[in-house]
Design a protein around this ligand. Structure first.
Ligand SMILES: [Zn+2]
Length: 85
């Protein structure tokens, strides 16, 4: 048959392709297939990436947001100066 000649893969040239477990930094775990053949850890996944969650992730290290608000917070508001008449 022409089928058997054309579609049978060659042996001993393909890397191993196994089911591996992926662990995200958020704690989420899922399985995928890879020729890595060992557990994989990722920084971000579809459970915690802002694109999928719709929530913004704010990294407030060392009070940076507060310092920004202290310095530039006045630009967001309209300061009124009441002039004496
Ligand atoms: Zn995640």
């Amino acid at each position: 048959m022409w089928l058997s000649k054309k579609f049978i893969m060659k042996t001993n040239i393909h890397p191993a392709y196994e089911i591996i477990e992926v662990t995200c930094s958020c704690g989420n775990k899922f399985e995928t297939r890879s020729n890595l053949c060992k557990p994989l850890s990722t920084d971000v996944c579809n459970e915690c990436h802002p694109f999928y969650t719709g929530k913004q992730k704010i990294l407030n290290t060392g009070g940076r947001i507060q310092r920004f608000a202290d310095r530039f917070g006045a630009f967001g508001k309209t300061p009124y100066v009441v002039l004496a008449e």
